[in-house]
Design a binder for this molecule. Structure first.
Ligand SMILES: [Fe+2]
Ligand SMILES: [Fe+2]
Length: 291
């Protein structure tokens, strides 16, 4: 099973700053093309929040259009820029979406790795939270399938990162989450977004990570000041590959046509400027102007 994870799409409307400065629509189109071109093709795509910028109907309508070409199922969760009610309404064709305006939490049972979605959003706040109600739901869901390898996905990571400003917008209830996760060692990974970077940490007996954004990344800053800068580092997604007894392995897959293979080992020798053989992570035919 191959699970792709995209994050922090921050799609907005045509005149918005996100469109004119960060070009999030163009980058999202590139991400979708990238996912469709991957070999092997991912079985499923997870989008770990901050799907849009303001959380309004126009943005979600645009998101629906942009996700339409995707050739595999996609599962959405909200981030701090999303509005869970508007999101659920816009994607009411997605059978897993709650109809009652409640937390967007669900399980996906169709593949060898069980997927469990958590909603960390506090409306109108940048930080997130896992309250007693959400954690009780998680505990109960994990308890029904202790033998099945499981990936939990949510927007806010349950750990501080050393990026001070982002840590100020962290997750309340992380210790309580750790207590739940420790009871369920089948959790192979906790896959998050929010940081616009790839970060990994041990957490409660499992591995927690954040994925890069599809457009603007956050500049790495481990200094003491709570600063924040966006930077157009290459967009990327994560690919979580389930290898059965060999576990769940997470790769970063860079999006963009400046990253075509330069030399290729064909099994016998290194060839220069050769096309990648079938099955390689392919160069992606993408947008112009990729920084
Ligand atoms: Fe974000
Ligand atoms: Fe966020």
């Amino acid at each position: 099973m191959l699970i792709a994870q995209i994050s922090d799409l921050h799609l907005s409307t045509p005149e918005s700053r996100n469109e004119t400065v960060y070009r999030t629509a163009e980058y999202l189109a590139a991400a979708v093309a990238h996912l469709n071109a991957l070999t092997p093709r991912p079985d499923v795509v997870l989008a770990t929040g901050d799907l849009v910028e303001r959380g309004d109907t126009a943005e979600y309508a645009r998101l629906r259009e942009h996700l339409e070409p995707l050739r595999m199922p996609i599962y959405l969760i909200p981030g701090n820029h999303d509005d869970r009610v508007t999101l659920a309404k816009a994607f009411d064709g997605h059978g897993y979406m709650p109809r009652d305006g409640g937390f967007i939490q669900y399980t996906v049972e169709d593949w060898s790795v069980r997927l469990v979605a958590l909603d960390t959003v506090i409306p109108a706040e940048s930080g997130g939270e896992l309250c007693a109600e959400r954690l009780a739901w998680l505990d109960a869901r994990l308890a029904v399938a202790p033998e099945r390898p499981t990936l939990v996905f949510m927007h806010h990571p349950p750990f501080v990162t050393g990026m001070r400003k982002m840590d100020e917008m962290g997750l309340a209830g992380a210790d309580d989450l750790a207590a739940v996760i420790r009871r369920h060692p089948q959790v192979e990974r906790i896959a998050c977004g929010h940081l616009h970077r790839s970060i990994v940490r041990r957490f409660a007996g499992t591995v927690a990570c954040t994925g890069p954004a599809t457009a603007h990344q956050l500049a790495l800053d481990l200094g003491p000041e709570p600063r924040l800068a966006t930077v157009m580092e290459p967009p990327a997604c994560l690919l979580h590959l389930w290898m059965g007894g060999d576990g769940l392995v997470s790769h970063v897959s860079v999006i963009g046509d400046r990253h075509v293979p330069f030399t290729v080992f064909d099994g016998r020798e290194w060839l220069r400027d050769a096309p990648a053989p079938p099955g390689f992570h392919p160069p992606t035919p993408l947008h112009r102007g990729n920084p």
